[in-house]
Design a protein around this ligand. Sequence first.
Ligand code: C2E
Ligand code: MG
Ligand code: MG
Length: 577
Amino acid sequence: MRKSETQAKKNIEETLRRLYLMKRSGPDWVFWALVAGYLLVSGVISFIAGSGAVLMISGQPVPVYTFAGVLSSLSNIMVILLAVFYEKRGYLAAVVLLVAELPMILMGIFLRHNMTSLPGVFGDLLAVITVTFIYLNNRKVDEYQNEIRRQAVTDMLTMLPNWFAFTELVEALVKKNEPFAVVSIDINGFKVINDTMGFETGNMVLIDISSKWKEIADTGSSGTQDFVARLNGDEFALVIRRFRDEEDILKTIRDYEAVLDDQRNSSGYDFYITASFGYAVYPTDTTDMDSVISYSDIAMHEIKDTASSEHIRRYSKDMHFNERALEIEGKIRMALDRDNVFFMLQPQYDMEHKLRGFEALARMRDVDGSVIFPGDFIPVAEKVGLIDRIDSEVFRKASVFVGELIKKYDLDVTLSVNVSVRHLMKSDFLEEMKARIAESGMSAEHLEVEITESIMIESLDQAAKDMEELRRMGVQIAIDDFGTGYSSLNYLNKIPANLLKVDKTFIDSMNSSEKSKQYVAAIISLGHIMGYEVISEGVEEEAQLDTLKEIGCDYIQGYLWGKPMLPEDIEALVQGL
Ligand code: C2E
Ligand code: MG
Ligand code: MG
């Protein structure tokens, strides 16, 4: 739950609590004590009213019946307390007691000619008027409070329940331990509607969607018991109850999604509306009330962040990038401290199967000895700023190894190392590269730095300067994963690269899609025109190799001719050359 929302909820809760305290409420036993007290006092009054007894106080005779006035004031206070503190129940009890007492007083007056009771009749009637007045006034306060409460739990634009009502329901269901699903809904591209059509149209769309969703919830047409709320802006939440299985939940979500299709006609505008639906199930996914809401949110954002074509997704544990990231960060630090970062080398060949060189690929050994792959730790290392240390470790170890290999076997091979753009952007990047090259005993010409295309664009100027310098030193530069980013001729022109690496995804689809094949052919031609050599990554099949030969590729790297290998296997490989 967001912090400001939690605060807002607390404020509203506090206000409602205060209103409630202002409202009458009292323990049951006091209610019955007041009723019993009233009956008792009334009994005493009727007894002493007819009594001629006289008390001697300070030598003065005082007739006992004069105390009836005091006692009747006491009984009136009791009925007033009932009316004030016990709402309708108290009011009714008060009226019944007062009215039931009337005949007794009247009987005393008419049968026993007990005129001292006459003021009691008026007192009684006045008390009825007083408690009625109190009751009516309290009712007004009640209505006012209910209105405040209604406003506190209603979204005033769409008249749907709001976020406050939604969390109250979730809280209540968790308390009852009743199974339910929470669905976080976000209208896709709503900002565009607002920006291009104006707020009025945006609001109209929201109102329209809301009323249709409310209808489904109110009529129960989805087959489950639903509650729909607007949280804010274009965010909604759906609570689904009384489902039998996951299929029921999905069916209900699809019913709500189907409403969006009608939107095109009903809004009178020609645009499509889609939404992302992420959901989590209580108690299967979590038994915590805050978590069930945040998990459905995580699932919804997962759809948005991955620009997925799906619109509905259930929360799953691996969506916890943050928690997992924390764990992996710990593993990275541990591996760096314990010298557990190592490298593998994957061979690269020309089309005649002659060795061009190796790409160094990082690996990490976990405490239990298992190997962790870059897909798991590189994104985290980039995020937490540990990537340069990993790059350096791989670079240092691989360059020392390949440097010795070159000397020992008199090889002419290239060592390619991956450099993260975060690393490249560091002010001392060039110094570090120079130091590492000197340390390895390798000549700069045998080194190649791979930079990923997509990230390079964000920081082109700085990157371009550093790369110019590297080129001047004789280091080769490869553009990695080419074709997956925002390739533009303009920036290709600015990067002093000498090799394009065609991404595996294009090679994968090349033989099943003519378009992909043409795309790879175009990259190769373009690269050649601009003076680059081209290497294809992820070549796994003979047929891919044939096609690449046909369209003029220069090099390949892939499982077909070589997987990433440990240094000793690489040494065996070059010995066999
Ligand atoms: P990349 O630089 O594009 O490396 C190629 C990846 O494709 C490697 O995965 C390699 O093992 C894999 N590959 C090569 N041929 C084949 C094939 O025929 N089939 C299949 N299925 N896969 C193939 P890996 O080692 O998991 O590395 C993944 C990515 O991690 C690399 O992609 C690179 O971007 C990054 N990376 C690896 N090591 C380092 C490093 O030391 N520093 C930095 N910054 N990034 C690294
Ligand atoms: Mg690479
Ligand atoms: Mg690549």
